[in-house]
Design a binder for this molecule. Sequence first.
Ligand code: SF4
Ligand code: SF4
Length: 536
Amino acid sequence: MKKNKLTLKDMSSASGQLVELNPEEFMKLPYPYDNSESQPPLKQLTDEVREKYECGLDGHLALKLPQPKSKEEEEQLVNKFLDGLRKLLSKENNWTFLMPLSLSLEYCAKCQTCSDACPIYVSSGKKEIYRPTFRAEALRRIVNKYIRKKGKFSLKMTGNDIELNWKLVARLAELAYRCTLCRRCAQTCPIGVDNGLITHELRKLFSQELGIAPEELHAKGSVQHLQKGSSTGMIQQAFADTLEFLEDDIEEKIGRRITMPIDKKGAEILLIHNAGEYLSWPENPMAFAIIFDAAGIDYTLSSEIVGYDAVNYGLWYDDVQLARVALKHAQIAKDLGVKKIVVGECGHAHKAISVIADRVFTGDLNIPRESCMPILEDIVVNEKIKLDPSKNDFPVTLHDPCNMVRLMGVVEPQRRILRKIAPQFREMEPHGVENYCCGGGSGFAIMPSLNFPDWRSSISGRMKFKQILDAFQDVIDPSIKKMVCAPCSNCKGGIRDLLAYYNAWEKTGIAYTGLVEFIVNAMVDVKEPYIEWPEF
Ligand code: SF4
Ligand code: SF4
């Protein structure tokens, strides 16, 4: 589709692909990426993919939405969408989020203050399709015209000429996966309209009513989590074997064997890690074991199905799946008789179990839940273990995971730790609750199919990459090794892919790791460096 200004009407009427993405128009990056040759080209979808799936948005696919085979099938899907929308707006079916959804649909003043807060909109070179209000306004107009059935005069006055058809529904489904749910827009809105929540509710409608969700979040995500025990596919026996390997690795690294306690009844804490850590970053759960052992923390891990994986992908797309996983976590903690559940370095797991699950935990399942950050802060800042900050004497910056920081308010503990043990710590700008998403939020970090990773690294992670480069501009020479601390599994995945996409280790000497790795690296009793740098 070629014309200058995209309108909402185009969502239902335009044929073909709605927008073309041109890397030349994307937000500029700082040195050494301040020239167009530094921007890797975007991979194009093949003709075969274009024939098979709905590709009418921006040339990238998060969903593999099959094209309906007939007009009748299209009509059925549109009607299902409308039925789902009615449910979304009813107290009986959406008691969790009806109030903020209704208020957000009712009260946008169209001031566009939120647009400049959105990293995706800004990074794309201000593409209209990614404006936080674009998706929200499409839904608002459908609601006003087809659910609330506002009169012709009212629709004309508000410029509502939207036409509900399959093209619009298919594009909205894909567009629901062009927002990381970071809710920076909501934080900025002067009247509290939450466009991130509107996106979340759209995803929920598609998943719960039409069975449409990215396979990485649903079939290979929450479904696999509940059936096999972990969203990684790791079964119980594999988990037990993994812990043994990790204990061997700990012994090799620090010269002392540490047992990782498992299913210990009556422990003070049930510690749950994102299971992705065991497979991709085992040094993270190992570091927790070393620190907790040294500090004498009474904790246990669980070997129960679901209990060894803190992730709860339902948070991003489906309330029912969220509740199923959260209830399993609470039941496991109750059966172990622990005093509280503590979540390791995983931002969305923090929010899922601590905040959102509050609405489903009742009675004795309402066990206290905490972030690992204050415990780690207490250990480091109150010197419960011996630390030597000079062992971390290289430039370090801190990424703030949206779910943990902006959306939960866990802001200071992690920076107090770094200020204490990393002499060259410097903040990104902006930081804390103002910080930008890693680009992998809301599930994007675990969605590697087709050309979606290109979109993620070029657009949704672009602002984060700019922040990282800006934070290290004074030491940008690749011979100076520097580290991004990302205390969240998904953010680590997002940042790992960003750094790889831009070949950042070779070009700038920037690497990444979690937070506990810095603590163990600084431990006086650990003689060899714990943090490992990539090879040049
Ligand atoms: S969502 Fe808020 S900030 Fe954005 S246009 Fe509407 S009123 Fe303005
Ligand atoms: S939630 Fe974040 S990514 Fe989504 S529209 Fe708002 S600012 Fe943009």
